[in-house]
Design a protein around this ligand. Structure first.
Ligand code: G4P
Length: 525
């Protein structure tokens, strides 16, 4: 099959609440794609669940996880790029940012647990960007919720319409398999934890044929009734509603048992979008344009404190990226050539000669890049859609070693460039506030400041609800707001003004009293 290089690319992320099965599913997809040959290759990279408060473990994992940041493989003529999102309880803003670089998302849900907090938060980012999502309901080999109830919960909690493309026949100990409504095939389940492609596929075009009963007894009648209900309740699958982010196709399976994974992948490569046009401050860039453009969505610092080398992850948006070709770093107005850009295979890095839209290349960097930076062949433009997201936890940061003031400032500057956390400066008193999405990031920052920059910091607790970026055309209302809320105003790193809302109530009051000011939880709107 020869597909256009752009059209054959599928760049996506798998997201889930911890423990729903994201790592297992990723690994099974890699097995099918031939990117790894033994189960366990990705799993061993996973940050152990017991390590939720052990940031040293995170540090150790940080090195390893460079290689799982992007996992690429070929499947049925398609080039698949999976972008890893940290599967940790204490997830970081990094996870949100990664979602700005994907063209679609697969959400994994444990069918016994339903929709959980982190899934809800990640879905908000997908909704904001209208990212197409597919839902994989996992762990059908275990007892769980009724599928209809679960689908209702997904619609309600994730605020997206769903359309099942497969349907389970019973579940838990009596799980028989799934019927694939997309391909009209029955997939029979045998829970032997096998690591190979299942052969137990029966093609049944007409589910009312007596043949079905041979395999689905004694659940045939119930299954037929359910399918009837599915067809009554959910409109026919329309790929356009999926691509526009309105409807999420749903698959059922068991990642651990390798069940339903190949069907998911086969359907995914067919329906998932290839790289979409990207918006910049000047114009919209089509992935089919000849000239290379791309943006940095993630930065990984080297583990070795003596070599402050980093890897900047560039998402190619158009054209063809070539090794050793000069590219303009728009922010610095400086030209760079990259002699050893990396591609990512699940267990190793390798140097790439060229890459196409949708691909991610790792650029070795000595501190020139920050998140959101744009590379072009000379055109002056900046990609949009790589916003900062409001942190959820805030602390004042103070210098704990007066002799290391400069080191601290530099460390905080670089770590926040890397996207480890956000920095705000309070307008009234100039105090620095660090904001994160997960509590563990505070420990990580403190540790890294000490080990990489020789600086010491101290935190002071600070209870805040959200940092909100503001938008208005009513200048006098904004001036009035500034006077009244002076103590709650701060500047972000780019110098944009934010309102630090103490509580949901104070935000609500601000919204009511200042109706012409819009308060946003992200820096781009
Ligand atoms: P995560 O990345 O979303 O955090 O989840 P992960 O894949 O690590 O899966 C969490 C746990 O759920 C693992 O068990 C995994 O084996 C199990 N699991 C994943 N898919 C299925 C499935 O389809 N059925 C069943 N029954 N279990 C599944 P664990 O005991 O926590 O870890 P481990 O000891 O197996 O490594």
């Amino acid at each position: 099959m020869s597909l256009d290089e752009v059209k054959r690319r599928r760049t996506f992320a798998i997201v889930s609440h911890p423990d729903a099965g994201k790592t297992t599913l990723t690994e099974k997809l890699l097995l099918f794609g031939g990117a790894i040959h033994v189960a366990g290759a990705v799993k061993s990279n996973k940050i152990k669940k017991t390590a939720t408060s052990d940031f040293m473990e995170i540090e150790r994992q940080r090195g390893i996880s460079v290689s799982t940041s992007v996992m690429e493989f070929e499947h049925n003529g398609y080039k698949v790029n999976i972008l890893d999102t940290p599967g940790h309880q204490d997830f970081a803003e990094d996870t949100y940012r990664t979602l700005t670089a994907v063209d679609s998302v697969i959400i994994v849900i444990d069918h016994a647990k339903g929709v959980e907090t982190q899934t809800r938060k990640l879905m908000e980012v997908c909704r904001m960007r209208k990212t197409p999502v597919i839902v994989f309901v996992n762990k059908l080999d275990r007892p769980g919720n009724d599928p209809f109830e679960l689908l209702d919960e997904i619609e309600k909690e994730l605020k997206i319409k769903v359309r099942p493309l497969s349907w389970p026949i019973s579940q838990g100990p009596t799980f028989k398999g799934v019927y694939n409504l997309f391909e009209q095939k029955l997939f029979l389940f045998s829970g032997d934890d096998k690591q190979t492609v299942s052969d137990d596929i029966i093609e049944i075009k007409d589910i009312h044929s007596p043949e079905l009963d041979k395999y689905t007894k004694p659940y045939t009648q119930k299954f037929l009734e359910e399918i009837e209900l599915v067809n009554e309740v959910y409109p026919e699958f329309d790929i356009n509603t999926y691509l526009s982010g309105e409807v999420a196709p749903v698959f059922f399976g068991s990642a651990l048992n390798n069940f339903g994974v190949k069907e998911l992948l086969d359907c995914f490569v067919q329906i998932a979008p290839y790289p979409r046009p990207t918006v910049t401050d000047v114009r919209t860039i089509s992935p089919f344009e000849d000239k290379m453009t791309g943006f940095v969505f993630k930065i990984f610092a080297n583990m070795d404190p003596n070599h402050r080398n980093r890897i900047a992850f560039l998402k190619i948006c158009s054209g063809k990226f070539e090794r050793n070709k000069p590219y303009l770093h728009v922010g610095l107005n400086k030209t760079f050539r990259f002699s050893s850009p990396n591609a990512f295979l699940a267990d190793k890095k390798s140097i790439v000669e060229f890459a196409y839209p949708g691909d991610i290349v790792g650029l070795p960097d000595s501190g020139n890049f920050k998140i959101g930076d744009t590379l072009t062949e000379g055109e002056i433009l900046n990609f949009k859609g790589i916003p900062s997201f409001s942190p959820e936890l805030f602390r004042y940061v103070e210098n704990a070693d007066p002799l290391k003031f400069k080191q601290l400032a530099k460390g905080i500057d670089q770590l926040t460039d890397e996207g480890v956390a956000q920095l705000f400066t309070q307008k009234s008193n100039g105090r620095k506030i660090i904001g994160t999405v997960g509590a563990l990031q505070f420990d990580v920052i403190q540790y890294r400041l000490e080990h990489e920059y020789g600086a010491k910091c101290r935190y002071e607790n600070f209870s805040l609800h959200k940092a909100c970026w503001m938008e208005t055309t009513n200048k006098s209302q904004l001036d009035d707001f500034r006077i009244r809320k002076y103590n709650n105003l701060a500047l972000d790193k780019q110098g944009r003004e934010v309102f630090l809302a103490d509580s949901p109530y104070s935000l609500q009051m601000a919204i009511e009293k200042f109706p012409d000011i819009k308060f946003h939880f992200t820096s781009e709107f």
